[in-house]
Design a protein around this ligand. Structure first.
Ligand code: SF4
Length: 65
């Protein structure tokens, strides 16, 4: 499955969980908030990252097989 992925920096509380769960997709900005290294991925860890985000700041959208 492919996913479009984005982070809402307004919501992000800089906990770092997404980067721990899915380091190939998420990185941390200087202010501690998360950013996406890619806009699209087929790495299923983005679902786990979205589930582990305490403020639901990670948006994922399935775009195909
Ligand atoms: S898990 Fe959510 S709140 Fe934590 S750094 Fe990632 S996007 Fe921000």
């Amino acid at each position: 499955m492919k996913y479009k992925v984005s982070v809402d920096r307004e919501k992000c509380i800089a906990c770092g969980a997404c980067q721990v769960v899915c380091p190939d997709v998420f990185d941390i900005n200087e202010d501690g908030t998360a950013k996406c290294l890619v806009n699209e991925t087929d790495d299923d860890c983005v679902k786990e990252a979205a589930d582990s985000c305490p403020v639901m700041a990670i948006n994922i959208e399935e775009t195909g097989e």
